[in-house]
Write a protein that binds this ligand. Structure first.
Ligand code: DGJ
Length: 762
């Protein structure tokens, strides 16, 4: 890996074994993008990649005879009004109303490692040798302002990160009206845009569309979260690129608030990609000496298809974004009481559930919503973070002690950014909510958004919740957030500061996370937002796992987890087995399949195990034993491969392979069953061709544990059965595993699944 500045052509080359990124200082002092993609051999000059010619209607930005025009130039960080009629990366409104700027190269610095962007989340290095950073400083003389373009390239990942910092040195008034984190230009438009779109209970569905001339974008304006509608991620792939082959460029935004991810194709087939804080509602005045730091964009280049891109994100985010004690640890198996009791619980009921969970082998008991204030439904008490002694006479400290006496850890749910009108906090501070004076105040789930752009609000919430944690024995916190922002306005900010409110809100969330994670470093945090409405890299920096979706149906989860895996590592996905009929869909799925889907994530249960039959309890115990055996591989050690897409057919399949290739676990899932169906082969990946493996698959019929189905298997095979055989890696990858449809019948037909373990023979 290296970052080299070639003096002669005034070019920068960032490269490692897999990628190259080239740019140069143009004759007008601005930065031109030359190339980004597969690694190139470094050499003294790449200037021939600059293209320019006289065209009609163009604005030339230098004295004649130059024909340099920004309209036809691939720029690193374009500004408004230069004769380039595409969207700019930034806009600065000046005291005289002008938006015209001219930032030109002043200096650059190359150093080992990577700077922290705190209080913003960002990827990091542990040693200087892991990465190199280039900071290019450009300056606008008229407004006396610096713009620092920052690039980091990692040694071991096909990753380049980018961010921008503005520093206002002059005395005049300037307002950043738009300040994206990056802009990049591709040479042509022969790409497809891949993004993750959805809504509550169907988050992060994979969407792919061909680029067209003009603007295509995904965005979020929800204020409180990165949103379940559009994830802060896009990729550009070549039309022929598959999961395993071909080029793809990923862009992932390390931020939890409003964002814009935009692709603009010019009539000359130039493709400009931009990503950053959404300009709508954003306006940031910089006084003399003040600076503004944009969040980070993480760019991944893969020539090994979408899977290659995802594996790079997984490794980077698992090891260089997630932090703290839990970064390298497999996660405890938890039971959460939400779908078991909702608000209807008392200590006795919780302990009954916890005891049964302990019997099954669960390690962490999580108490969800309803333990505080006088909350028995979702109409009251958010903001009153003190225990409801009617429900829990011994308080959280008493309950947590009793759970620990059962030799389980204790976890607690909170929703710290919200307040109900019916709460002591709201009665004391009605002006602490986000909302515009004199306007109707929209509500959602009977609650308002607390104004976390104000420090005193964050201070107060911190004190309340830290007291509960200090008094009790808490090992895990689920941090929920159940509504988006509306009427964004802060009663704590001056008129000229209102454009800062939404960004400051997210900084307030990060501030509270920072205080709590620093004071309680051993606690495992799980972020949540009505399920998966805030599944983003910004959150992962503070909370190493996220509740993936409120939809716990196994069939739906296949899609949601599949889509989420485009960017996020399995260990970051909270995945639970819940009851049937499923509470969101009324769907029946086999208990085994619910476990077989959830085990490819941070595993847990979300039901009252007391309601299961003795036979079902045996299945639960087997699931827990399986997760304990394989969670290190699935969550920490392995590489994930998507094999069959639930968005493209009846079957879903995926696989995790250990880095030394000696062990793998594959999951195969079908939606509807078929009679007299075709043969089916599942081709694995990532194995060692010449390594001999033992393949093992439990094909015990479900009728063995499901009383209603008992006797359904006419073959008299209602006993435990495991199929085993030996095969070389090449066979498993190229000939494939024959998936026996009769096994899927035995596993319950519709929504049946099979797990294959593949282990090197000794
Ligand atoms: C939404 C979450 O996604 C659920 O898991 C649960 O915690 C509820 N909120 C509680 O109100």
């Amino acid at each position: 890996m290296a970052i080299i500045f070639h003096e002669k052509g005034r070019e920068f080359h960032l490269f490692n074994k897999e990628v190259s990124y080239l740019m140069r200082i143009m004759e007008n002092g601005q930065m031109e993008h030359l190339y980004y993609g597969r690694g190139l051999r470094d050499k003294e000059e790449f200037g021939y990649l600059h293209e320019e010619m006289q065209r009609s209607l163009m604005a030339v930005c230098m004295p004649e005879p130059s024909v340099l025009s920004m309209q036809y130039t691939r720029q690193e960080y374009p500004s408004y009004g230069t004769g380039d009629y595409r969207s700019p990366a930034f806009t600065i409104i000046q005291e005289n109303g002008s938006r015209i700027v001219n930032f030109t190269y002043v200096s650059h610095e190359i150093f080992g490692g990577k700077k922290s962007l705190a209080p913003l989340p960002a990827t990091y290095t542990e040693k200087e040798e892991e990465a190199q950073t280039l900071e290019i400083t450009l300056h606008d003389d008229v407004i006396d302002t610096d713009m620092v373009l920052s690039y980091t390239i990692y040694e071991d990942y096909p990753v380049i990160t980018r961010n921008v910092r503005f520093v206002h040195r002059g005395g005049g008034k300037i307002v950043l009206d738009r300040a994206l984190s990056m802009s990049m230009e591709f040479m042509d438009m022969d790409y497809e845009l891949v993004h993750l779109a959805g809504a509550w209970a169907r988050e992060r569905y994979v969407k792919t569309r061909k680029l067209e001339m003009g603007i295509q974008a995904v965005q979020n304006l929800s204020g409180t979260g990165s949103s379940g509608e559009h994830n802060p991620f896009i990729a550009l792939k070549r039309p022929h690129t598959t999961e395993n082959q071909g080029e793809v460029y990923g862009f992932s935004f390390v931020y939890s608030g409003n964002f814009l991810a935009q692709v603009e194709v010019s009539p000359f087939d130039m493709t400009r990609v931009m990503m950053g804080i959404h300009p709508e509602g954003f306006a940031w005045e910089l006084k003399q000496g003040e600076s503004f730091q944009t969040p980070e964009t993480v760019m991944v280049y893969s020539n090994r298809g979408l899977n290659g891109m995802s594996q790079a994100y997984h490794r980077l985010y698992r090891t260089r974004l997630i932090r703290g004690k839990w970064r390298d640890q497999a996660r405890p198996i938890l039971l959460n009481n939400w779908e078991a009791t909702y608000f209807d619980f008392d200590e006795e009921k919780l302990l009954e559930i916890a005891k049964r969970a302990k019997e099954a082998g669960v390690e962490l008991f999580v108490l969800d919503d309803g333990w505080f204030g006088k909350r028995n439904d979702d109409y009251s008490s958010l903001g009153d973070w003190y225990v409801n002694l009617k429900k829990l006479p011994g308080g959280i400290s008493g309950l947590s002690a009793k759970i620990e006496a059962l030799e389980m850890k204790f976890g607690l749910w909170v929703e710290l950014e919200m307040v109900n009108e019916d709460s002591d906090l709201y009665r004391a501070h009605p002006d602490w909510i986000i909302g515009a004076p004199g306007r109707f105040q929209s509500h959602g789930r009977h609650q308002y958004v607390l104004d976390f752009s104000r420090k005193e609000v964050v201070d107060c919430v911190y004190e309340m919740i830290a007291r509960v944690i200090r008094e009790s024995s808490i090992s895990y916190i689920k941090w929920d957030m159940n509504r988006y922002m509306s009427e964004p306005y802060s009663r704590g900010a001056e008129a000229g500061e209102q454009g800062k409110v939404m960004h400051r809100y997210i900084l307030g969330v990060y501030d509270l996370y920072t205080r709590l994670t620093e004071e309680f470093p051993d606690i495992l945090f799980e972020s949540c937002a009505s399920g998966g409405a805030r599944f983003d890299p910004g959150m992962l920096y503070f909370a190493p796992q996220t509740w993936t979706s409120d939809d716990t149906d196994a069939g739906e989860r296949m899609k949601i987890q599949y889509g989420t895996s485009f960017v996020y590592p399995l260990v970051s996905m909270g995945c639970h087995v819940s009851a049937v009929p499923n509470h969101q869909l009324q769907r029946m799925t086999p208990l085994e399949t619910r476990g077989n889907v959830a085990c490819f994530g941070a595993f847990g249960y979300e039901l009252d195990l007391n309601l299961l039959s003795g036979r079902e309890m045996e299945v639960v115990k087997r699931q827990i034993a399986f997760v304990k055996k394989y969670r290190e591989l699935i969550q920490i050690e392995g590489d994930f491969y998507r094999l069959r897409s639930p968005f493209e057919g009846n079957d879903t399949a995926w696989l995790v392979v250990s880095r030394d290739r000696t062990q793998a676990v594959a999951g195969f899932y079908q939606r509807l069953n078929k009679t007299n169906a075709s043969w089916l082969r599942l081709q694995l990946q990532g194995l060692e061709e010449d390594m001999l493996y033992e393949v093992s698959c439990d094909v015990t019929p479900v009728s063995i544990y499901d009383e209603e189905r008992a006797g359904l298997d006419g073959n008299g095979q209602e006993k435990e059965q495991v199929k085993k055989y030996r095969a070389y890696g090449a066979e498993l990858m190229y000939a494939g595993i024959p998936v026996d449809r009769r096994d899927l019948d035995r596993k319950g037909g519709d929504f049946a699944s099979l797990i294959y373990t593949i282990t090197k023979c000794i």
